[in-house]
Design a binder for this molecule. Structure first.
Ligand code: BES
Ligand code: ZN
Ligand code: ZN
Length: 459
């Protein structure tokens, strides 16, 4: 059976008083009902304050998600009315947002569910021809985010540091993306001491991955640096007292960068971008790095490890040094870095630090594309919190305050010119609840944010 259902808009049934009265009695944004004995779905006209692109994504995600639980296999709707309903936005953006939300609403991570089948409800527009590019882009954006979600949801025994680059090789083999994987000997040669230190307790070797996509080599080089801790136990400063299973998602930054590169490559964006991923597992073991140990970085700086659970900044330092070696014009790092970011901003908004003007640009981009971030200040007066008696500085603050900011201040010390740099702390937004086009899973945060920021910096 091929169960096709029409999705109608309130305008299309405006002459049918019974239906209109029925719609008005319901609080949902859309309802399913019978019209001339045919099952249809009717979308209400959006209220004036409910017309952003994010509102469209949420509507589409809720729709596809609810249909995924029915026997409907395909829907058709009139794109012209959709565009009309959201006319404060550009036409192509409306279509892209709808397709994106639709596809993401169907997402499930089912690798380990023996009975589950992937959701599929086909979306058909009435006038495909003039909007096919916008449709394609919506599909590409959703696929990039799904890729980030899949990587982040995967268990740590499967997606360990040695396997992660192999998954990336497979994903990027048919795309115009060059992938270069540094294994331990090359990491030693490259003098990446943060990676070597943090990975010492793990049975897996560290990896450093470079993902290069050149859509236009005349554009400024944007380096995207991602934290890829496939599991964060805390190391010798072992985490305790809570369920640690989410710490398999501590590679969310690397997943965001991977998703962004996929988005840019598949949409053939005119950019020049390199992803730099630091991939390790943080484990306690007799070989582990110990509290008090000192790491001497390639740039000459020494860091005393006050706490082995502040491992993200230790490995990101290697990535930031590498970004400067490559003479990147813009640098963004992204990481599930501090619980403090989640405390400060909650679970719907990431934190962004660094160049204030760029941070504000990134906030605007996120407000439009759904990956929300809000600037935090890098307050110079807190620099002294990183003082160490034994080394140039410590990897933890000696004060129990401003944890997200002091992590940002730590990272700032590893970029030669901090004016070209942004740091995104996505610890609070690593996961999502079942709402809109999200499900209870990894959120897939950052792929769109980094891709759109890269595009903006290339215009
Ligand atoms: N991966 C964690 C941060 C984190 C916590 C991400 C919760 C997502 C959810 C990070 O490596 C960490 O352990 N940070 C410590 C830093 C502290 C030891 C200075 C933290 O935030 O407690
Ligand atoms: Zn940690
Ligand atoms: Zn971590």
């Amino acid at each position: 059976m091929n169960k096709q259902v029409k999705i109608l808009f309130e305008q299309e049934v405006k002459d049918n008083e019974t239906v209109i009265n029925y719609i008005k009695s319901k609080k949902e944004d859309f309802i399913s009902t019978l019209l001339n004995e045919e099952a249809v779905i009717i979308i209400k006209q959006p209220k004036e304050n409910k017309q952003t692109l994010e509102d469209i994504r949420v509507l589409a995600g809720n729709l596809s998600k609810s249909l995924a639980h029915s026997d409907v296999e395909a829907v058709q709707l009139n794109d012209e009315i959709l565009v009309e309903n959201y006319k404060s936005n550009e036409k192509k953006d409306v279509i892209t947002a709808f397709v994106e939300g639709w596809n993401l609403g169907l997402y499930k991570f089912i690798t380990y569910k023996s009975e589950a089948k992937a959701n599929h409800v086909e979306l058909n527009f009435l006038n495909v021809n003039d909007i096919s590019n916008a449709i394609d882009l919506g599909e590409i954006r959703a696929a990039a985010m799904k890729f980030s979600r899949d990587l982040t949801n995967e268990t740590a025994n499967e997606l360990n540091p040695e396997v992660f680059p192999e998954v990336l090789k497979e994903e990027f083999q048919n795309l115009n993306v060059e992938i270069n994987v540094l294994k331990k000997p090359e990491i030693e040669q490259a003098d990446m001491q943060g990676l070597l230190a943090v990975s010492r307790g793990s049975k897996y070797e560290p990896r450093f991955v470079e993902l290069k996509y050149v859509g236009d080599d005349s554009k400024p080089l944007v380096a995207l640096v991602g934290k890829g801790v496939t599991f964060d136990t805390g190391g010798i400063s072992l985490k305790s007292g809570r369920d640690l299973s989410d710490m398999r998602m501590d590679m969310g930054g690397a997943a965001a960068v991977s998703g962004a590169i996929k988005l840019l490559a598949e949409s053939k964006a005119k950019v020049n971008v390199i992803g730099l991923l630091q991939i390790v597992e943080n484990m306690p073991d007799s070989n582990s790095i110990l509290p008090g140990d000192v790491i001497r970085y390639k740039n000459g700086k020494t860091v005393q490890v006050g706490n082995t659970d502040a491992e993200g900044r230790l490995i990101l330092a290697d990535g930031l040094i590498r970004a400067d070696e490559l003479k990147a014009d813009y640098i963004v790092d992204i990481a599930t870095l501090t619980g403090a970011a989640a405390v400060a901003l909650g679970s719907e908004t990431g934190a962004v630090m660094g160049n204030l003007e760029y941070a504000s640009e990134m906030r605007t981009i996120g407000a439009k594309n759904g990956d929300n971030v809000w600037p935090l200040p890098l307050i110079d007066a807190y620099e002294s919190y990183l003082d160490s008696d034994y080394a140039d500085f410590s990897n933890i603050s000696n004060k129990g305050e401003a944890g997200a900011i002091t992590a940002g201040l730590f990272l700032r010390r590893f970029v030669i010119n901090p004016e070209k740099w942004l740091h995104v702390d996505m610890a609070g937004v690593m996961e999502s609840q079942n709402k809109g086009y999200y499900t209870k899973s990894a959120r897939g945060f950052g792929a769109r944010l980094l891709a759109d920021y890269t595009i903006e910096k290339s215009e």
